[in-house]
Design a protein around this ligand. Structure first.
Ligand code: 13P
Length: 256
């Protein structure tokens, strides 16, 4: 079911004390309280080491917890890796897969992304699959081919995408302060929907949740998230600050 989803990707940020500071808040209002009235789905994806603490702080709230990666094997001699079933055991509901930083710095290919997506779904962990083009690919005019290739090779071979989200994150917009215009972001996401329609069917394409990511801030969230094909955002830097992230989550909250 389409709904507005705001997911925070903390990347490799926040130690034990900083996680506590985020949730406790600085102005007497805890982060969970500051977003309590929202109808939007809120997801926080902390580093692995902060997951248990985040689960504890969000207990009884409307916040869902996600991880930033998982390995596709169930268990075994894979030093440093964490499996999808381990994440389920730690009360994690979502997992970001194929983020451009993982593709770029850790050599994740479309094939690895697809293995991870299938491993996650197998144990009931919901993948947020990231796709998006580099600046060079955009300038060369091949962004559509790149995105299409990523989408076609990453989406699972099951007929139901209700437990899958896609995040369109143009790499040139990540952490750069350069946001895609709402119109451009909507166009790209509409294009992704058309690929999903071709791979599955019209209903699946109309229902699948597709987020935008790349320099989302409190000041541009509303314009982006109100576009017809954009179902919300995957927010990096601006999700680290509880006040700004709450503003983004509350982008459509009616003023009283
Ligand atoms: P920024 O919001 O910091 O640009 O990061 C976006 C992102 O990569 C979210 O996954």
């Amino acid at each position: 079911m389409r709904r507005k989803v705001i997911a925070g990707n903390w990347k490799m940020n926040k130690d034990f004390g900083e996680v506590e500071q985020f949730f406790v808040g600085t102005n007497g209002v805890s982060f969970c309280d500051s977003i309590r009235g929202t109808k939007n789905e809120v997801i926080i994806c902390p580093p692995f080491i902060d997951i248990a603490q985040t689960v504890r702080f969000t207990e009884g709230s409307n916040i869902h917890v996600g991880a930033q990666n998982c390995y596709f094997e169930k268990n075994g001699a894979y030093t440093g890796e964490t499996s999808a079933s381990m994440l389920i055991g730690a009360n994690v509901e979502y997992v970001i897969i194929g983020h451009s930083e993982r593709r770029q710095y850790f050599n994740e290919t479309n094939e690895i992304v697809s293995f991870k997506v299938n491993a996650a779904l197998k144990v009931g962990l919901k993948p947020i699959i990231c796709v998006g083009e580099t600046l060079k690919e955009r300038q060369e005019g091949v962004q559509k081919q790149v995105i299409e290739n990523q989408v076609r090779s990453s989406l699972p071979s099951i007929s139901d995408l209700s437990n899958v989200m896609i995040a369109y994150e143009p790499i040139w917009a990540i952490g750069t302060g350069k946001t895609a215009t709402p119109k451009d972001a909507n166009e790209a996401i509409k294009f992704i929907r058309s690929i999903v329609k071709d791979m599955y069917d019209n209903d699946v394409a109309n229902d699948v949740i597709i987020l935008y990511g790349g320099s989302v801030k409190a000041s541009n969230a509303k314009a982006l998230f109100e576009m017809p094909d954009i179902d919300g955002g995957l927010v990096g830097g601006a999700s680290l600050d509880p006040i700004e992230f709450a503003e983004i989550v509350n982008f459509n909250k009616k003023q009283v």
